[in-house]
Design a protein around this ligand. Structure first.
Ligand code: SF4
Ligand code: SF4
Length: 386
């Protein structure tokens, strides 16, 4: 195991931006800050934050570390899994490197087996997620998993996670979710308030902080700036004629340039990013006055709709609502290579779009630049047809 206070051996070879990232996280840890990494929307952040521990999302979104990962993992695996593992394997991500523990979950097969190997590099606690929300005992299973996580954190970090602290953490996370929803709702305007790539980058960057209150302040400023300082003063970063796209499927930050930017360059704009970090997840609040606060937290997270659940009807219901709310003209379904759950569920999404009379296009891709030309041609033809 790595000593979390030492810089990696190849630190001097890194470029300045990466070096300063390492120094920032190192300083946080040296000042007594605790850091854990997580990889999925099902991770109950309030439990971590109630322990005074920072939680940082570590999902790999870069092709840079895929080759590193392929020294250990099979090539025919989702790029998100390979990229995430590659960052841990190569010591290139400061957050992964300094995290004292990683929290994984049994969502898809690729991830849950990767965690066994990740645990050789960094202690990985795996949450056992039920495969359906609908069984009568599913809520109890997930509650027990959340309780186990709480006990694990208490033991490892020598903290006590009381109900009172959980309620405070819930209040803060609810506030963050409210602002994130405000940000999402800005895009209902015609034309939308922000470019989709700008909104996605801002959302992503807002999570790389060490305290939820800092994240809240960053998001608040982002929403107020976009609305009051630009849009309400007449700035229109997106053309009124831009075709309004709902983008669904796998987490897509790793294909921001290849897909999202290409949509913008070809006369489209993503008004509704409908993945697990989109509106359907953000809108799920927790009752801060619930009699059993841990149960309220576990119940909220279990209801998240993802293709790893069988069935995942809630995604289709939500899609229908979003198509209307965001005045959507076309649906783009992004499936990362070797992601069987989203790939197969794509057929149900296609059928739902046909029922709604909305054009649908599925893009199966990864983080490598090799298919960029082909993707651009398909996107351009799709938007042209809308
Ligand atoms: S897509 Fe599903 S498995 Fe992947 S991070 Fe989101 S909720 Fe987790
Ligand atoms: S995109 Fe699919 S295969 Fe990749 S980690 Fe998420 S659920 Fe698993």
């Amino acid at each position: 195991m790595t000593d979390v206070r030492d810089l990696p051996q190849n630190f001097e070879e890194y470029q300045e931006a990466r070096k300063s990232g390492f120094m920032r996280v190192k300083e946080y840890c040296e000042n007594g800050g605790h850091l854990v990494g997580y990889l999925c929307a099902y991770t109950p952040l309030e439990i971590i934050e109630a322990g005074g521990i920072s939680a940082v999302g570590l999902c790999g979104t870069s092709n840079e570390t895929v080759a590193d990962a392929e020294q250990v993992l099979p090539q025919n695996l989702c790029p998100l899994i390979k990229s995430t593992f590659g960052f841990a394997y190569s010591d290139k991500c400061p957050y992964t490197y300094f995290a004292e523990m990683i929290i994984g979950e049994t969502t898809c097969d690729g991830k849950k087996k990767m965690f066994e190997l990740l645990n050789d590099i960094k202690e990985t606690h795996v949450l056992q997620l039920p495969q359906s929300q609908k069984r009568s005992y599913a809520g109890d299973i997930w509650y027990e998993e959340c309780k186990l996580l709480k006990e694990k954190l208490e033991e490892k970090f020598h903290v006590e996670i009381t109900d009172e602290k959980l309620r405070e953490a819930v209040k803060m996370r609810n506030k963050i979710r409210e602002v994130e929803l405000e940000l999402a709702n800005l895009q209902q305007a015609v034309p939308p308030v922000m470019k989709s790539t700008q909104a996605a980058m801002a959302m992503q960057q807002s999570t790389f902080v060490f305290s939820p209150s800092e994240q809240l302040a960053n998001l608040r400023k982002l929403v107020d700036d976009a609305k009051d300082n630009y849009y309400n003063k007449g700035e229109r970063p997106v053309s009124e004629k831009a075709k309004r796209i709902l983008m669904t499927g796998c987490p897509s930050f790793g294909v921001l340039n290849k897909v999202s930017k290409t949509i913008e360059e070809n006369g489209g704009t993503i008004v509704c990013p409908d993945d697990c970090s989109g509106e359907r997840t953000r809108a799920m609040m927790i009752d801060e006055n619930a009699p059993d606060i841990l149960r309220a937290i576990s119940d909220r997270y279990l209801q998240i709709s993802c293709s790893v659940m069988s069935d995942n009807d809630a995604r289709l219901t939500h899609l229908e609502e979003m198509v209307e709310k965001y005045k959507v003209e076309g649906v783009v379904d992004v499936v990362l290579h070797a992601c069987h759950t989203f790939n197969i569920e794509g057929e149900r999404v296609r059928r739902k779009c046909a029922e709604l009379g909305i054009p649908y296009m599925k893009l199966v891709t990864d983080y490598a630049p090799s298919d960029s030309g082909q993707i651009a041609t398909r996107i351009s033809a799709f938007i042209e047809m809308l």
